[in-house]
Design a protein around this ligand. Structure first.
Ligand code: UDX
Length: 472
């Protein structure tokens, strides 16, 4: 099918490239001509595993093309996927101005009937507004517009795999024709009839995606409800982690047991610095606001947001208790991205940590395999190093802020020798307390009994001195 994608950000690039990979003819456009020029040159402006190779291949084969002529893109597709950003406004509402702009563009440029698909994350009832704008600005009487919602559940770092191997695909439609067209578009993925360049030696034998066909309003709600539930699950784990610190439990063991119950499930129970990124924080806010506008006080979601915001304070309590004074201390930071396997630092907890370290006069060096350039642009005073060991040299403390697998594989004996003081505060519970303390580190994390571990490895008077304060 001929498909247009408007908005070449994260969602648009993954959607356009994967639909081309699935065999469709895809034209992508964006209102940033530089971004289009970059893409035409075959350069992918974001770090996402598999995306650059898949984009290059489909661009080369002619199935995927880019144009800065938005009108041309609108006219090219039978179906138009709206993938523009919906960033948060000051009050937490989603900014829908880009959606409105695109709707007027489609209404004035289209010469024939179109299926207009919401792919951006939008609050419920946006589809109705979209239909109205398309109608009132429609220029060509022969063009009929049908609106549908098709929320995405991509995770950064695994987005290409998530698109080609989704757990579920959701269609919000108002008529059979729209449903049939969307089924046609997703048939290769629903029936797993596509050449997958993620799993070169054959795709895992997972069950085919479940297709959910519902109303536009429900489809829009499904996205906000899903992300908000994930956020609540993380905040719940973080609350239990705080209790563990008080009563001497181990959050990893508690959440492992929780996750063995299929009604709960093992994922999204990792305690630590909390959730960041461009999706969960803003979708939680937008959902709270939507509920508020419809007269519902989404108190439990507000609390999940408060719990998340407090993670940085708790992390700083640990830093202060260990370092006492931060001014003029050399603090090394491992991890800047909001999570592993991405270069994205939007709403990353690391930004708050850096801001506060610098405000307290600490000298900060940092390392992240993908997110240093974006961080340096915001914090030029942070010295970004080309490797983790350089961050550890003469450091008074090392903070782990992102769960990169690379940090687990580091030579921690070597790091012990490089640091001025072997002190590690692990904001992602990435490392093993016993192993770190056995190596002679002062090691602190979230919700794990480091005292018990320290007591096993350090002489009594030392272990009591350096750990007790941590659980207070
Ligand atoms: C999220 C949703 O997972 C995805 O379905 C949706 O389409 C977009 O938003 P993403 O923003 O890529 O995806 O990140 P995700 O993997 O969900 O992680 C979000 C944040 O939560 C990260 O900061 C991560 O470090 C944190 N997190 C995740 C935890 O603190 N604990 C966990 O157990 C899981």
């Amino acid at each position: 099918m001929r498909i247009s994608v408007i908005g070449c950000g994260y969602v648009g690039l993954v959607t356009g490239t994967c639909l081309a990979e699935a065999g469709h003819q895809v034209v992508c456009t964006d209102n940033d001509p530089e971004r289009i020029a970059t893409l035409k040159a075959g350069v992918v402006p974001i770090y996402e595993p598999h995306l650059d190779a898949m984009l290059a291949e489909n661009h080369h084969s002619g199935r995927l093309s880019f144009t800065s002529d938005a009108g041309e893109a609108v006219r090219a597709g039978e179906a138009i996927f709206i993938c523009v950003g919906t960033p948060p406004l000051e009050n937490g509402d989603a900014d829908l101005s880009a959606i409105d702009n695109v709707a007027r563009l489609i209404a004035t440029e289209a010469c024939e009937s179109k299926l207009v698909v919401e792919k951006s994350t939008v609050p419920a009832q946006t589809g109705q507004q979209l239909k109205r704008v398309l109608e009132v600005y429609r220029r060509n009487g022969g063009a009929e517009f049908r609106v549908a919602s098709n929320p995405e559940f991509l995770r950064e770092g695994t987005a290409v795999e998530d698109f080609l191997h989704p757990d579920r695909i959701v269609f919000g439609v108002e008529d059979v024709h729209s449903e049939e067209q969307l089924r046609e578009i997703y048939r290769p993925i629903l029936e797993r009839q596509f050449r997958c360049s993620v799993h070169l030696s054959g795709c895992p034998a997972t069950k085919p995606p479940t297709l959910v066909v519902t109303t536009i309003n429900s489809a829009e709600l499904i996205k906000h409800a899903s992300n908000s539930f994930l956020a609540m699950k993380i905040s719940y784990a973080n609350m239990i982690s705080d209790v563990c610190e008080r009563v001497g439990g181990d959050i990893k063991e508690v959440t492992r047991a929780l996750g063995l119950d299929p009604r709960i499930g093992p994922r999204f129970l990792d305690a630590g610095l909390g959730f960041g990124g461009f999706c969960l924080p803003k979708d939680v806010q937008a959902f709270i606001r939507l509920a508020e506008r419809s007269g519902v006080d989404f108190s439990m979601l507000k609390e999940a947001e408060r719990v998340n915001k407090r993670r940085i304070d708790l992390f700083f309590d640990k830093i202060r208790q260990a370092l006492w004074v931060l001014k003029d201390k050399k603090v090394g930071v491992l991890g800047l991205a909001f999570k592993a396997n991405t270069d994205d630092i939007r709403f990353a907890p690391s930004l708050d940590v850096l801001r506060r370290l610098l405000a307290e006069g600490a000298e900060v060096r940092a390392y992240d395999q993908e997110a240093m350039d974006r961080t340096s642009a915001i914090f030029p005073q942070v010295h970004c190093c080309r490797e983790a060991y350089k961050v550890a040299r003469d450091a008074d403390a090392l903070l782990i802020l992102t769960e990169w697998e690379e940090f687990r594989q580091l030579d921690w004996e070597r790091i012990h020798g490089l640091m001025a003081r072997p002190l590690v505060i692990d904001g992602r519970n990435l490392l093993n307390p016993e192993a770190m303390i056995e190596r002679g580190f002062e090691y602190y994390c979230f919700g794990r009994p480091v005292e018990a571990a320290a007591a096993r490895f350090l002489p009594a008077q030392v272990s009591n001195a350096s750990t007790l304060s941590m659980s207070a």
